[in-house]
Design a protein around this ligand. Structure first.
Ligand code: SAJ
Length: 445
């Protein structure tokens, strides 16, 4: 006999069905974009027993994954091959049979430093082709507040014909993958989630909650989009601050590294950042511009972002000024000098050169007539404005050959003692040689 009063059975809808599929690990998950964000995410869901299909437009990536060969260090090939139910395809038609589609495609800047969301829009169009009742769609790509609701929602809902929160679900959840981080990975990095409706938030939180230890629900997709931009704008602005402090200490004749280390002894209210040759990577130089652009459309000038960008972008020129002065002290013009750049990756112990300040430093030195070579144990070769460059072997001869060695990326591989034994002049932009003796004259940032 049914209990007296209100019918106790829950009206079953798509939300309840979705939640059931998540709790018994039957939800079929598609991850669109199999790069340093998408592949680790796909692997995390597959490790939990979900059937996962990875979709990417790059057939080479798909073929490699289908052969069980990973191109992402954080998902080694042997792990890829051990995933219980993962496949990769270029066919977006696979979406017609999935319960969730998570978009992890790049969001670069275009030539005028404005957001370029064409990859998000292209993925959205594919999702719109195959969206079906009960499906959850999540955008993870870093983007400006409003993208999910203003750009993706009309597309995926077919201009409202599908009711969001009832017929399908839509959310934003910023990626927080830190490639190579030995401590933080998908499962133990808190995941911020913002749904278009409460039901969207509920199903997206349930899905992520099945793989991530801590889900952080927020009130809307825009709040989630803004959260990610705050995280990375915070870094860009604070890096710019210490870069400007380095310029100030130079004027004051103070050692910026000593000052920062001393400030870092404050047990509260301070967070250590370090100056450097500029900022690289696919996040910090770009993400703040997404925020500044959006605010410009609202007639607001994001001054901190603009100033930080100017200071960070000017650091390569400042480094070249240091090199110029150091050579000048030895009566050597930059023009014709032999310069060895040590480390070209955008940060230590990785091989990624995207937006690396080393590239700007090489360009500027070449522009002044220097003969520039580089060594980077993680970057065997690179292309600079169409010109192929290869990493030279780091030998005693190479160090003695150089009129100046410039430490741009302080990879752990480097033996600073040995380098200072054989180089004559070193410009150190990373404080890598602090406390290291040797023959070389060292000029600090
Ligand atoms: N940099 C400095 N001084 C610093 C810190 C960084 O000059 O104190 C430079 C680095 O050399 C590099 C650039 O800034 O050229 C960016 O470095 P990053 O440490 O921010 O590393 P990224 O670009 O890999 O940033 C990613 C981001 N992760 C995500 O967006 C999910 C960022 O939010 C992370 O905080 C960062 O990794 C991290 O902490 O490793």
């Amino acid at each position: 006999m049914p209990a007296k009063g209100r019918d106790r059975t829950v009206k079953r809808g798509f939300k309840e069905d979705f939640l059931d599929k998540v709790s018994n690990r039957e939800a079929k998950i598609a991850v669109i974009g199999l790069g340093y964000v998408g592949l680790p995410l796909a692997a995390a869901f597959a490790r939990k027993g979900f059937p996962v299909v990875g979709i990417d437009v790059d057939s080479k990536k798909v073929e490699s994954l289908s052969r069980g060969e990973s191109y992402i260090d954080d998902v080694p090939s042997e792990e890829l091959r051990s995933l219980p139910d993962f496949r990769a395809t270029t066919d977006f038609g696979a979406l017609s049979k999935t319960d969730a589609a998570i978009i992890c495609v790049p969001t670069p800047l275009n030539k005028t430093q404005d957001p370029d969301i064409r990859f998000v829009m292209a993925a959205g169009q594919e999702v719109a082709k195959y969206v079906h009742p009960g499906m959850l769609v999540v955008l993870e790509s870093t983007t400006y507040p409003g993208t999910t609701e203003e750009m993706l929602l009309p597309m995926v809902s077919h201009d409202g014909k599908l009711r969001v929160g009832e017929d399908f679900f839509l959310a934003f959840s910023p990626e927080r993958i830190d490639p190579g981080n030995p401590v933080y990975h998908v499962e133990n990095t808190p995941k911020v989630v913002g749904g278009v409706t409460p039901a969207c938030l509920e199903v997206a939180s349930a899905l992520y909650g099945s793989v991530v230890e801590h889900v952080v629900p927020v009130s809307s997709p825009a709040a989630a989009e803004m959260t990610k931009l705050l995280e990375n704008t915070f870094r860009a602005v604070n890096i710019a601050l210490v870069n400007e402090v380095a310029l100030m200490c130079d004027k004051l004749g103070l050692n910026v590294w000593e000052v920062i280390d001393a400030a870092a002894t404050k047990p509260y209210g301070f967070m250590k950042f370090t100056p450097g040759p500029g900022i690289g990577g696919h996040c910090i130089p770009l993400d703040p511009h997404y925020l500044a652009w959006k605010l410009k459309t609202l007639n607001y000038n994001a001054r901190f972002i603009q100033l930080a960008s100017e200071i960070n972008a000017d650091m390569p020129r400042y480094v070249v000024g240091k090199v110029t002065d150091a050579l000048n002290d030895e009566r050597k013009p930059v023009n014709g000098s032999r310069i060895l750049v040590l480390g070209v990756a955008y940060k230590k112990d990785i091989g990624d050169v995207r937006e690396s300040p080393a590239l700007d430093i090489i360009r500027l030195l070449q522009g002044k007539g220097a003969d520039v070579v580089y060594n980077d144990p993680h970057v065997p070769e690179l292309e600079l404005d169409g010109e192929p460059l290869r990493s030279i072997d780091l030998t005693e001869e190479a160090l003695r050959w150089s009129d100046c060695a410039v430490i741009v990326t302080d990879h752990s591989d480097y033996d600073w003692d040995w380098i200072l034994q054989h180089a004559g002049l070193v410009v150190d932009t990373r404080n890598a040689t602090a406390g290291v003796g040797g023959r070389a004259r060292v000029v600090e940032l």
